[in-house]
Design a protein around this ligand. Sequence first.
Ligand SMILES: [Zn+2]
Length: 306
Amino acid sequence: MPELPEVETVCRQLEPELEGRRIATLEVLDPRWCRPIKPAELEEAVAGRTIESLGRRGKYLLLGLDGGRTLLMHLRMTGNLVLVEGEDRLDPSEGMRLYEGERSASERHLRARFALDDGRELWFTDPRRFGEALLLGDDELDAHLASRLGIEPLSAQFTAAALGEMAAGRTVPLKSFLLDQKGVAGVGNIYADEALFRARLHPLSPAGSMKPEHLEALRDGVVAALEAGIDGGGASIDDYRDGRGEKGRMQDEFLVHTREGEPCPRGDGTVERIVVSGRSTYFCPACQAKLRRRPRRRNRPARRSA
Ligand SMILES: [Zn+2]
């Protein structure tokens, strides 16, 4: 499932290619992709628009169009956004070459395709069809995102103090705490494991048990894990492909994620797998400290309801 580094990789690759290009047509092949809006309605609203930007917030892709509207896209589990050569597109027997990349088997999973004014096409492919798109006016965009996403972890707002505020009084395990998009936006199963390993924190430690030094370590761990993911071009455990249709390399560089039974990179133990919040979670019991729940202080103000 694509997380922040995968979405950021797509964004960085495709923005220079897409900026200033006009969308000749949009063809929605799967009504589920843009529901509740009807495909024809979205196709009409997007056709003829010029792409002003391609940005990211959390795991969302934001395709900024002229006229003050943004097409918000979420890849969910198996979605990919790939730029392809448009030639021969009406004759699949001739083959559809992926832009600068290997031809992908995901052609048959095409959900929507944008034909650009330079003859190339932008494909949204998605085998499991959970990916989605939503067209929003610029006035609605901020509120829409703010109600779903917390702090952007690669921004200056992501500090140990901000993490401390979020974690205060919470008994939820650190792994689940990191997966909550309303806390830290964009971290998913892979990078939560990698961040906790870097921070030497046990995934089952209660979030509210972190002391200032743990908050610093977790902040640094999250940032380092995400930056490593971006440097690695994202992780292709299963379906993820970058904006050119190629696999990422990060899956070969995981420190603990999917490394059950392998030696800890710190050399002090063996990576174990447990299930937290229904998600496979990998950690080293030797160097990731299980913090105790901090004793409640007397006369403590009532904590926020979750
Ligand atoms: Zn270890």
